[in-house]
Design a protein around this ligand. Sequence first.
Ligand SMILES: Nc1ncnc2c1ncn2[C@@H]1O[C@H](COP(=O)(O)OP(=O)(O)OP(=O)(O)O)[C@@H](O)[C@H]1O
Ligand SMILES: [Mg+2]
Length: 407
Amino acid sequence: MSGQNENIKVMIVDDIDRTRTDIKRLLYFEEGLEVVGEAANGEEAVQQVDELLPDIILMDVNMPVMDGITATEYITRTHPEISIVIISIQGEHEYLKKAMAAGAREYMVKPVSSEEIASTLRQVYSLEKRRQKKPGEEAVTETEGAGQVKQNLITVFSGKGGVGKSVLASNFAVSLAKQEKEVVLVDLDLQFGDISLMLNLSNIKPIDDLVQEPDGINESTLSNYLMRHLSGLHVLSAPLTPQDSERVTEEHLSKIIPLLQERFDHVIIDTPSTFQEMTLCALDHADMILLPMLTDLSTIKNTRTTLHVLEALGHLDKSRVILNMDGPSYGVELEDIETSLGTKIFHRIPREDKNVTVSINKGDPVTMAQQSTELTHSIQRLVEKIINPGEEKKSPAHKSRQKNRAG
Ligand SMILES: Nc1ncnc2c1ncn2[C@@H]1O[C@H](COP(=O)(O)OP(=O)(O)OP(=O)(O)O)[C@@H](O)[C@H]1O
Ligand SMILES: [Mg+2]
């Protein structure tokens, strides 16, 4: 049924007639989205799902007869190919955890705009398609073992904002560049990228101008957009305003990345905190994915979800969790985090509030200006671990998760 047309088939499950009608109306004008059915509670949804076979179910939480979480649990077990997006009202945040644990792919809070619903549905659908495609296609490159893989492209990602992706990406890249490697840092946080600020670059030539070059994207046009930092690092900057980000597509990125890989010893990509098309592309191309995280429960939960998604995409073997802002435990021990994530922490970076804040404000990365700090040493050790992979014979994430499952 799925293959008969290109529309994304959506089922709406909500006990309030009016809400279902509103959502249908919102989606009516959205191209490529088709409402194929509706249900007034979880049980009806479970009964109808076999026949309707939607791609995505928009599921309310609180409903009579069977609630949305129970229905989600059931449907994700019987139909893992169907993605469930939970929509709840304000104040039901405690359900987020349960919904994700039950297998929901996304969580939205009412009221939602038509753009928000439509873009979430498209994103979830495209992610699911990749999930279904990946295992066979990508298994080859990743399981070779870290020792043999050239760590040419490193993507820094986290499903949570503000965990230090950009601080890590910029300091890691500077540290590598200072070792006289040819390194480029790509700011793929297209809407809110702050790499050029963190590196105090001026006269920025952003990526959205590159993709509009009349001569197209090639070695020569690309080189005009690579800004040079004092450390020797090259930088491809994010657009100057969020609205300019729309000009850059996955197709552009798929041209840019191989050109950069060809020219540089190392390509480091900083990303936003969502699994959007561009991020997925950067994750697909990555030889290694660095996942910075913090020790609060919300970030731990988010990192666990991220690892599940990366596993589904076939990227777990190349993922490495980095505990950023390491310091006093505040009640959550390292072992607890590792148990909860089902993976080992690959590296820890200390919390140095003053040094990091000063470095960002001055546009002078810690690894550039503050050589003797523990943070600089920590980043240098991380660089060593990654570019000298003999020390990490097997993927820690992979090994540990298997062990956890076995035992
Ligand atoms: N090791 C650290 N010690 C102290 N503060 C840190 C450290 N790493 C990051 N920070 C602080 O955390 C904040 C967020 O860092 P950063 O901007 O790198 O996160 P991000 O994950 O890139 O955020 P976003 O999702 O908004 O892009 C910064 O203001 C920075 O000062
Ligand atoms: Mg950032």
